[in-house]
Design a protein around this ligand. Structure first.
Ligand code: ZN
Length: 416
């Protein structure tokens, strides 16, 4: 049995002080007051005084390998950025480069407190290998499009990847990743839905990310993106839509009534579109919200702690209302919301939950006074405050060191 001791243990429901989380077989088995620790037979103890323990953050939308293009094409409109910067660069990918940059992207996510990533990209098998190397929990889909000429996104590759990797035991879970409502045809979307139903698979897809996407769907289908999704019956509990920047009031209503999740990537879309999605409208109607970094070209980091702060601040500005969302709301999106989307028993620090946990050393000026830790986590902390990361109860990151591989150190020393 392992123990993690902390002055403060917080999740979206509870704040416990001076407590210990006990872990066995990858799960949280008990949470006890610190003074009771001596009654248990514990092999290893982490944390102690001045520590804050939180559930691992769930980065519900990423393209980890795109860290390769960090700093490319800042301050451009989204369509120009995609057509003139991103897609031409992406055509140059090869397997070795993808693996290396996926490792870098995932490592950065882990080091900033993510224990789960939900990735949507090309050469998904290489991203999966990188995830396995580092020991993160990962949901990985091979991007599929049939309305854009992109050989590395051929739909058959997505189905093939799914079939090949689905029975591999471990932390990598395969999903389906149709690209977006304007780049995927109705026929392909229906094929994805049928396949997902048969395989009980999750579907991860961009929705209403740009004005151009909305116009293209309207032209082609005679309806708005969410109406289009609804008409194909794909908008179900296994559907993870991303962005929803330009959802109309009617679309928000349809989305809220479905059991689908919407992933909010506030930094990325504020930077790419200068706009914030109507997340609070969906939230108020009971829709499930998760949080994601999107890619490091549009973000430009993989820091989910910073993402929570931006989610809170940008939505307050959008609605000109400082009372909503609260720090608790955005913490919920980054933990429970993501776990719900991915159907994981994670996101809370409760008995029986996965021991995906993040330990933060609060012996720093910006954690003083050490009282309202939820506020500090969302509004004052940063990814670099993360000290230790546990996935399935296993320590995978400790103070700059990735415990399962020496490859990151090597890349850091060699990469220009
Ligand atoms: Zn994306």
């Amino acid at each position: 049995m392992k123990a993690i001791v902390a002055d403060h243990i917080i999740d979206a429901n509870t704040h416990r002080k001076n407590s210990v989380v006990l872990i066995e077989d990858g799960k949280i088995v008990s949470i006890i007051p610190s003074e009771k620790l001596k009654e248990f037979d514990v092999e290893v103890t982490y944390g102690g005084r001045d520590y804050l323990l939180i559930p691992g953050l769930i980065n519900a939308h990423t393209h980890v390998a795109m860290v390769k293009f960090r700093g490319f094409g800042d301050d451009m409109p989204l369509d120009t950025w995609l057509n003139e910067v991103i897609w031409p660069n992406e055509k140059e990918w090869n397997e070795e480069e993808i693996y290396k940059w996926a490792l870098i992207g995932i490592a950065e996510a882990i080091a900033s407190g993510s224990t789960t990533i939900n990735d949507h990209y090309f050469f998904a098998w290489q991203i999966s290998k990188a995830a396995e190397t580092l020991g993160v929990r990962a949901f990985i889909g091979q991007t599929m499009m049939d309305l854009v000429d992109m050989p590395i996104a051929e739909p058959k590759l997505g189905f093939k990847f799914f079939k090949k990797w689905k029975s591999r035991n471990g932390l990598v879970n395969v999903i389906l990743a149709p690209h977006a409502t304007d780049t995927v045809s109705r026929d392909l979307l229906e094929e994805v839905r049928e396949f997902a139903e048969k395989e009980n698979a999750l579907v991860h897809m961009h929705v209403s990310q740009s004005r151009e996407e909305v116009l293209r769907v309207k032209d082609r289908e005679g309806m708005l993106p969410v109406e289009y999704l609804k008409s194909t019956n794909i908008l179900e509990s296994n559907f993870i839509g991303v962005h929803g920047v330009y959802l109309s009031e009617k679309e928000v209503g349809i989305y809220a009534k479905s059991n689908a999740t919407l992933v909010h990537c506030p930094i990325s879309l504020a930077k790419l579109e200068g706009y914030v999605a109507p997340i609070l409208d969906l939230w108020k109607l009971g829709g499930n919200i998760a949080l994601g970094n999107d890619c490091a070209v549009s973000n430009n980091s993989m820091d989910m702690i910073l993402e929570m702060k931006f989610a809170a601040i940008l939505n307050k500005v959008k609605n000109r209302d400082p009372t909503s969302p609260t720090a608790k709301d955005v913490f919920y999106w980054a933990t429970v919301g993501g776990a719900k989307a991915l159907k994981l028993n994670a996101g809370l620090i409760e008995r029986g939950y996965l021991a995906d946990l993040v330990l933060i050393n609060t012996k720093k000026l910006h954690f003083l006074p050490r009282e309202n830790m939820l506020s500090h986590l969302v509004y004052s902390a940063r990814g670099s405050d993360v000290e230790k990361v546990f996935v399935n109860g296993e320590l995978i990151y400790d103070n700059g060191m990735f415990m399962k591989t020496g490859e990151i150190e090597k890349i850091l020393n060699e990469q220009k």
